[in-house]
Design a protein around this ligand. Sequence first.
Ligand code: LLP
Length: 418
Amino acid sequence: MHFFNYRGDVLFAEEVDLRALVEAVGTPTYVYSYRTLKRHCTALHRAFGDRPHLTCYAVKANGNLALLRTLAREGIGADIVSGGELFRARAAGFPGERIVYSGVGKTEAEMRYALEEGVMCFNVESLPELEILDRVAGDMGEVAPVALRVNPDVDPRTHPHIVTGLKENKFGIAYEDALDAYRMAASLPNIKVIGVDAHIGSQITSVEPFVESVRRLAELVERLGHEGMVLEHIDIGGGLGIRYRDESPPEPEEWVEAILPVLEPTGLKVIFEPGRSLVGNAGILLTKVLYVKETSYKNFVVVDAAMTDLIRPALYGAYHEVLPVERRGEGEMVADIVGPVCESGDFLAKDRSIERPRQGDILAVMSAGAYGFVMSSNYNARPRPAEVFVKGNRFQVVRERESYGDLVRGERFLYISN
Ligand code: LLP
């Protein structure tokens, strides 16, 4: 569900004609829809109703400050995985007590920063991490609130690169070792055990893997209870999928209805960490057609956005729908939509049947709000794109397009003499 729709033959973001937006801002440009974002938040709020819960948006999906602030104002929290994300989250207005800190490789400096900011919970992923956190907290005269991230060994049936909850993945503490790990955590003087956590993967399009994972977590909570360890929350991670093509992921209500019967008996507050399902369909990437290159073997539409701007197709073979901003009705062609980067892997779409474009036309790469700009790079010395928010009939640049000066910022010529 989103607010990028055609009016006649022209694609609009809410009430903004995307041709006018491109006229003002240029391409490539990410465009986010405020109303779509709000709608996704509301759908999640409604699904949980008045049951105790906290949505902690996974900042990694899109860390744009304007987007973060919009979410912070909705009263939701943040799930972060680095000091940098903590900085962004705080700058956008998320209070420490609504921030959970995930990730396998927290440094001591990051732990200190997070303790200073009073994060609500550290999702700890290994015993050595627990020991260091205990020491760092002790040195600061603090007690670190902790949930252990357990690896429930559940197959989320998604792309292998975004599976995280299988035995062979680097994430979390093995399920069979979890009890011992909790005993150890409980024995540490500067650690307060407050929760249990799991995250099994991303772009999950059925409820079953979630139900299985939550069931395993609930069993663990019960066992911990027998040992006198009383927790405050159960964090079920993120991972709810969206529609890129023809997937039919569960609606928030359906998802909540499926997991609640397993969750509710624990009596714990529920935390979840959605990224993609909140922002994925709230963003698109606009790009200009540079050349239509027809060869006897294949057709290429060369555009000004590349894998440096949206890497998902190159990295995962991910499908993103590509739509013309202005429909011309000049027939279809099958083509690869490729960027200017010097890599054969630089494509946005492969063998795609699209409306035949003309040089200078604008194309919209859909569902690019999650893991789009955040995974962009400066490879081939390409300045990263602008980001724009649309709200009703107005729009605002919320991140300027990078300049050539930005590309060399912080660099120096070598000054060491013999
Ligand atoms: N919580 C944790 C601990 C995570 O590692 C992730 C995502 C999330 C929450 C949010 O998951 P979501 O609701 O967005 O599925 N770059 C990949 C996705 C990587 C996801 C990494 N972890 C992609 O473009 O598909």
